[in-house]
Structures are given as C-alpha cells and as structure tokens.
Design a protein around this ligand. Structure first.
Ligand SMILES: [Mg+2]
Length: 486
C-alpha cells in the first residue's frame, strides 16, 4: 500500500470514528417545530458572524449549525401539498423528514400539485442532502411548460431542508451573494387604450418599481381592421399602433426607465414578421421583446438567431423551457437571444436555474427571470437570482391586486416586495414559513397538507422501480410480476 493511499484510509478511519462518537450526541430529541425553530433561529454562531457577499456589503448572519439534526441519517418520509387559489393556482408542496425538519416548495403557477406528488415514490427513503443525485433521478420525469413544475418544487424543498439543517440560506448553497436585494419588474394588465395603459403603469411606478413590462397582444392592437392581416399578424399599421401604446407608457414612466414588452400573444408567426416588429420598435429601445414566437417557441433558436441578426431590438425567450441542455443551451451557444428568461418554477428552480444563468453568463447572454407564483416560489427564485452575475430583473405579477399575497408567509420582513425589490434573507433555507390562517382562507380545495397515500405507489413505470409490471419473461410468457429478467 502506498503512502498516499494509507493516508487516505487513515483519514477516512478517523472521520468515521469521529462521526460514530458524535452520533450519540446528535440524537434527534425534539419535535418538528423545535427542530425547525433551531434551524431557523438566525443566531450568530460562537466566534462571531459569518460573512458573505462583496466587501463592504456588511456581514451576513448565518443560523447556528442545527445540532438536533443528524444529517447523515436524514431521510425523506413524506410529500404533501396545498393549492392556493390566486391569480393563478399556487400548488405548494411540503417535504417531511424523519428528523422533524421539513422543506417547502412550489409547483409552477397554474400547474398541478400531482406534478410533484407523483414523484413521491422516487423520493421517500432518500437523504435530502443528496440533492444532485435526487434531481438526476427525477429529471426524466420533468419537461417543458408546467411539466417542469414537479422537478422544480422538489428542488426547492430539498434546498430548504438542507439550508435549515446546516443553518445557511439557500443562496449560500448555490454560490456567492452578488446583491442583497433583487430587482423586480412589474408586469401589468394590458389594454388597447394608450391613456389607460399609461395610468396603470404609472401607478406601478408609484409603488417604487424601477423596471417595467407591458404586454402588446393581438387584442390590444386590433383596434382597426387594417391593423392585422387575415391570420391576425400585425400589419405595419398595427406595429405602429403598438408604438403608440409604448409611447404613452414611456411618456408616463420616463423614457430612461427600462420598459420591456411581451409579444407572446401578438400572433407573429414567421421570421420576417418578427423582424418587422422588432425594426418597427427599435426607436423605443425596449429593454427586450419577449417570446415573439410564443412561450413554447423557445426551441426555434435558428429563427431567433435570424431575427436577432436583423435588428437592434433586444430579443428574449425561455419562460416555458426546462433545463440547460433541454431548452437553453442552443439559444446561448448560437447567440440566438440577448437575454434568457427562465421561470424557476419550470426551468428547474434553484440549482438548475443557477446553472443555466452561469452558462448564459459565460456565453455573453443576460438573465431575467419570469415569475408568477406565491412568495414561496418567488423567494426561492430570489435566492438563486442574487447569486447570478448576469441577473437583470425578476417578474412579479400579483403584488398590487391580491392584497393578501405577501401575507401568505411569515418569517421575512414585510412587505416582501419593498420599493420594487426583494430583500434576500440570510436565515436558513428559504427563510420563510407559511402563514397557515391566510393560506387556509384561500385554498383551492379543502384540507391542509392532507396525507397522500394515493401517490405512495410508483406512478412512473420503469426499470429499477421495483415492479411488478407486465412484460415477457425469459420463457416468453406474458407476466405481471417482478422477475429477475431485467
Ligand atoms: Mg411572458
């Protein structure tokens, strides 16, 4: 045995003995609430506060190491959900463990809780510290659009648990904090009336927002018959009317203020039409023009590349894309867009969205975030956003017309949206808990995190899931039982 191998073995032996000795001390002796409280206390550890972020941004206070958790013995025991009925449904998921610490997560706005709960048999019994391995295991069952919501909710739950166990905020599990607060951009309800549109946007500016987006849709420009063609695609006159809407809004909020536009419902179908729109609005220097080929058109990277090459308007897409390789890599590799726009509720939440943003940064592409969820999903996205070097702004939808949106959670300073920014907490995990009375007031269906035995059995059939499943055995006989044939 060579010296280096001997050294590794003796070090491993020492760690093992140390762990065994500490095991007796680190027994889980408290109930769930106490364990959660320990993990989220946010106390300054002995020896002074930890420090993060850039020099001059102030010390970051971490929570204490949770000595009532034995991370190596941590196991996922259950997965439950509630659905909050809001502007969209917010399916909120809770992942329980054998040590009382639990994690919260959220399925993409307008999605279904089953997207996450269906993954339960692939999760129960696993150690939530194995974040990457678990996410790899459930990745084949994710997808674009709302199908990405299950994977994304599980990612948030895992990071919330691991953050609580080790007493660090989620952002610390992803990277360095590049900013203490995350800039939000205000989406707004649209209209074909320039004056009304301007008034609505100005009202948002008075809330403190510094970055804005307006939808320009078929409905908003189709005020005269010659504004669209037979297929609903804007004519040059329709594009000019869109310009009138933009002008009214810019006159209200200031021409120097960043203003983007979402064109996913403008019924642009071809590259040539997209170029006409982008060139027609170049003089407004929009912060970006979004989803020219619809929200699911992000895979048309060749078309976007042509459009981008033909205009000085900035191009953005991506809110329905899941995963770096599955959705964003071609857009970035081919310089097809100026900005990507993942929704962490679809794109893979904390870890995958950070991975996507880092790849975009290396490729010279900026990252804005789509978001229309509850404070749970929004805060998870904020944790990821504050670690991104190329972050621009994150969307917020419901802030001014759902009065109880911010009251859905506790544990974070209120208002959560403060003058158009979110302050990213330094407390463990997500840094928030559900405000049960408010959540109960707005449930889509009765019950509060009820048991989910209907999801105990494997929902996705495949190799290694334990069977039984119908198949031909080695004798060519059709059976529905577990065999060793595979
Ligand atoms: Mg959009």
């Amino acid at each position: 045995m060579n010296a280096s191998k001997r050294s590794r073995l003796s070090r491993r032996n020492m760690l093992w003995q140390t762990a065994a000795g500490l095991g007796a001390i680190f027994k889980m002796t408290e109930d769930r609430a106490a364990a959660q409280a320990r993990g989220a206390a946010g106390q300054t550890p002995p020896g002074g506060p930890g420090r993060g972020g850039f020099p001059g941004r102030g010390g970051v206070r971490y929570g204490p190491i949770n000595k009532f958790s034995a991370p190596s013995d941590l196991r996922i025991t259950d997965l439950r959900a509630v659905t909050v009925a809001a502007n969209f449904d917010y399916p909120i998921v809770r992942m329980d463990t054998n040590q009382g610490v639990y994690g919260l997560g959220e399925v993409r706005d307008g999605g279904f809780k089953g997207a996450a709960l269906g993954l339960k048999p692939l999760l129960v019994g696993r150690n939530p510290l194995d974040i990457t391995a678990i996410l790899d295991a459930i990745r084949p069952y994710s997808g674009h659009g709302r199908q990405g919501g299950g994977y994304s909710a599980i990612d948030i739950c895992l990071h919330d648990i691991v953050g609580k166990v080790f007493g660090v905020p989620i952002w610390r599990l992803l990277g360095d904090k590049k900013m203490d607060r995350v800039r939000l951009y205000a989406d707004t309800t649209g209209t074909s009336d320039p004056k009304k549109y301007a008034d609505r946007m100005l009202a948002r500016k008075k809330l403190g927002f510094t970055y804005f987006k307006m939808d320009i849709t078929y409905n908003f420009i189709n005020v005269k018959p010659d504004h669209t063609d037979t297929y609903g695609t804007p004519t040059d006159k329709g594009i000019a009317y869109g310009g009138e809407l933009i002008t009214a809004v810019k006159d209200a909020i200031g021409w120097e203020t960043p203003l983007a536009t979402d064109t996913s419902s403008l019924r642009v179908r071809t590259v040539k039409d997209a170029i006409r729109v982008c060139r027609g609005w170049e003089k407004y220097q929009m912060a970006w023009i979004e989803d020219l080929f619809g929200t699911m058109g992000f895979n048309r990277w060749q078309d976007y590349k042509e459009v981008r090459a033909a205009t000085s308007s900035k191009i953005l897409t991506g809110e329905d894309g899941f995963g770096l390789e599955e959705a964003f890599k071609p857009l970035i590799d081919n310089r097809a867009v100026d900005l990507i726009h993942p929704d962490p509720g679809t794109s893979g939440a904390c870890r995958e969205t950070k991975r996507i943003a880092d790849y975009a940064h290396a490729g010279g592409v900026q990252t804005a975030l789509h978001m229309a969820g509850s404070p749970v999903g929004t805060m998870a996205a904020a944790h990821a956003a504050c670690t991104m070097s190329n972050f621009v702004a994150m969307e917020v939808h419901a802030i001014d017309f759902i009065s109880w949106w911010q009251q859905l959670v506790t544990g974070v300073p209120q208002p959560i949206v403060d003058q158009g920014f979110i302050n990213v907490p330094d407390t463990p995990g997500l840094g928030l808990e559900l405000n049960e009375p408010v959540v109960r007031e707005h449930l889509r269906e009765p019950g509060y995190f009820e048991p989910t035995p209907e999801y105990d059995k494997v929902r996705f059939v495949g190799r290694g899931t334990g069977g039984p499943w119908p198949h031909f055995n080695v004798d060519g006989v059709w059976v529905n039982e577990r065999t060793s044939d595979y």
